[in-house]
Design a protein around this ligand. Structure first.
Ligand SMILES: Nc1nc2c(ncn2[C@@H]2O[C@H](COP(=O)(O)OP(=O)(O)OP(=O)(O)O)[C@@H](O)[C@H]2O)c(=O)[nH]1
Ligand SMILES: [Mg+2]
Length: 584
């Protein structure tokens, strides 16, 4: 759409992922933050908001829907509707937004556009869409090849049919032009030069530069302020304007106290718009200072630094919650899923923070004296021959099969599973299926607590010494497990250096030198063949650890460690059993 609108310089459209502009988005190939752009088509300004598709960033979807009149729901012409498709549709229906379905990637050789269309129809029915919604507009497209068509067989053309469909089906914004100014702040941006920028769609009236406004904050607080600058969205950027009016999506400069969910209003008519409803978090982790002996690789180390950073995050990350813990040095951070929180950790580490993070815990609820836990809908697509191990793994983790279908050579399996059961599932699924399984999941609801889920089967090797790993020691240890470290890596007492092949923890000495008496067999080092260590990404590390363990995160390293560094302290602590999950 951007390319064919003809409004961009070629240099602005280089490569893929034009909107996924931050480093993390590019590296991971996913959208994390929603972004606004605008194009002009047939004299109509079309504001487009790109939202993340991954349910962990559902908070982004919830708030950006406030600015939208319609949703283009993109569905892969081979994969069909995914759990996140349902998530987005549910949100759209709840906000009375009528979706336009775009069956994308019809250029794929394995595309099955008409079957997918039927599956989408079934999804609408399943979600209880009313008759109006069941009559949904749809179109086939290839975003990559740049065409859209009402005919599923077309493999060429341009994107105009999609733009035309938008003009035809999307009602103009429902707004009151002649009422007092009111707008909900749905996005925040920051700039070094002008400070906080409030973004939202004007619900009624108009706003000018230098206009006095009332900020209607949470809990009925009202403050007066002045809009310094009004900007509207234009192509990939923003332009300053004198005035903007109802229906426009604007960025307002000068309101230093504003947060997402606040209403900005005419001071004579301070009536707040409904705040944005955001789903509750389902997962939490403890963020604490890094108190490992290797602390100091980063710039921001104190709990004060961490606290201030987390509070800053709250302004724009609407689905996040933060609570101080009893010891005051650490914070319980809650979010929508592992990815939601790990992206925050990854962002912080790139900014120079060091942290220690505890095992992710699902957030339990007590309803009428009974404990409830979050359940997720899980979809696994896997070559048919590999269904067995998938069923077994998901079954062990208390997932229940709902639907099973065959799509081409793939089996498509739909489960409902406690969110606890998902932690660590991806790695196991991938190794059980030689990397062939694809899984997607999305929060479904809270259901009664389902009982135990098997924990990590293996114990770990814990270093008993501090120093530098050497190959002689590793050569011995690698017979007994899978190493996480390589020669030359720094280790400390209490650091986890390997997975033990057995199910218990073992203290080891990865810095042990060869005894002098053996030295005569010179050159024997050459016979040491070390397997490459298992590299743990942040998410893998978080999924891996148990309750008595932590992940040490610094700008340059991710290490696993025991909470208690000495064996003595661990022995003392292990006397007291702990409930594995938190109850709220
Ligand atoms: N074959 C084919 N591939 C496409 C097409 N459109 C996008 N892709 C590929 O699909 C992958 C995902 O594309 P994205 O644009 O990141 O998808 P997205 O829906 O924005 O993903 P999230 O932002 O994470 O929800 C990329 O590798 C694209 O190159 C298409 O029309 N045809
Ligand atoms: Mg995207």
């Amino acid at each position: 759409m951007l390319r064919q609108s003809g409004q961009f310089r070629e240099s602005q459209l280089q490569g893929e992922r034009i909107l996924d502009s931050n480093d993390l988005e590019r590296e991971r190939g996913i959208t994390i933050l929603a972004k606004n752009i605008a194009i002009l088509y047939e004299g109509v300004k079309i504001n487009l908001i790109d939202t993340p598709g991954h349910a962990d960033f559902g908070g982004e979807v919830e708030r950006t829907l406030q600015m939208a009149d319609s949703a283009l729901v993109l569905v892969d012409a081979f994969e069909g509707p995914m759990p996140q498709t349902k998530f987005v549709l549910r949100k759209a229906f709840a906000n009375h937004i009528r979706p336009i379905v775009v069956i994308n990637k019809i250029d794929r050789p394995d595309a099955r556009p008409l079957e997918v269309l039927n599956e989408i129809f079934d999804t609408f029915v399943e979600l209880g869409a009313d008759e109006l919604a069941l009559d949904f507009p749809y179109i086939f497209a290839s975003g990559r090849a740049g065409f859209a068509s009402h005919d599923s067989q077309t493999r060429e053309g341009n994107i105009r049919p999609l733009l035309d469909l938008i003009l035809e089906k999307v009602p103009g914004p429902e707004v009151e032009l002649n009422a007092p100014f009111r707008m909900l702040c749905t996005t925040l941006d920051f700039s070094e030069f002008v400070g906080r920028i409030a973004i939202g769609r004007i619900a009624s009236g108009s706003v000018r530069r230098a206009q006095k406004v009332a900020l209607l904050l949470d809990e009925g607080k009202v403050i007066s302020d002045t809009v310094e600058k009004v900007m509207t969205f234009d192509k990939l950027g923003r332009v300053e304007v004198e005035e903007a009016s109802a229906g426009d999506i604007v960025a307002l400069v000068g309101l230093e106290e504003v947060s997402i969910g606040d209403t900005i209003a005419d001071p004579e008519h301070p009536n707040p718009l409904p705040r944005i409803a955001v789903d509750e978090p389902t997962i939490s982790m403890i963020f604490g200072v890094n108190n490992s002996p290797l602390v100091g690789e980063g710039k921001y180390l104190t709990s004060r630094h961490i606290y201030d950073r987390l509070i800053r995050e709250l302004r724009s990350n609407v689905a996040l919650r933060i609570e101080p813990t009893e010891d005051g040095e650490a914070y319980e951070v809650s979010g929508r899923g592992l990815l939601h929180l790990s992206v925050l950790i990854e962002t912080m580490r790139r900014e120079g923070f060091e942290l220690s993070v505890g095992k992710p815990q699902v957030i339990l609820k007590r309803i009428d004296g009974q404990v409830y836990e979050p359940y997720e809908e899980l979809v696994v697509d896997v070559p048919q021959g590999l269904m067995g191990p998938v069923m077994e793994l998901v079954g062990q983790r208390r997932g229940e099969l709902g639907k099973m279908e065959v799509k081409g050579e793939y089996a498509h399996l739909e489960f409902v599973i406690p969110a606890r059961g998902l932690l660590g599932l991806r790695t196991r699924l991938l190794s059980a299926t030689q990397g062939e399984a694809m899984m997607h999941h999305v929060f479904q609801d809270y259901q009664p607590f389902k009982g135990d889920i098997p924990r990590r089967l293996n114990g770990v090797m814990v270093s008993m010494a501090s120093g530098q790993v050497n190959s002689f020691a590793l050569d011995n240890l690698q017979q007994r497990g899978t190493m996480f470290v390589k020669p030359g890596d720094p280790v400390y007492e209490g650091m986890i250096v390997a997975e033990n092949a057995r199910d218990e923890d073992m203290s080891v000495n990865p810095i042990k030198e060869k005894k002098l008496t053996n030295m005569r067999a010179s050159g024997s080092d050459k016979n040491i063949l070390l397997k490459p260590p298992r590299l743990l990404t942040l998410e893998l590390a978080l999924e891996y650890i148990e309750d008595d363990e932590m992940v040490e995160v610094t700008p340059s390293s991710i290490r696993l460690r025991k909470k208690h560094l000495t064996e003595e302290a661990r022995r003392r602590a292990s006397g007291k059993g702990k409930f594995a999950t938190t109850v709220s």
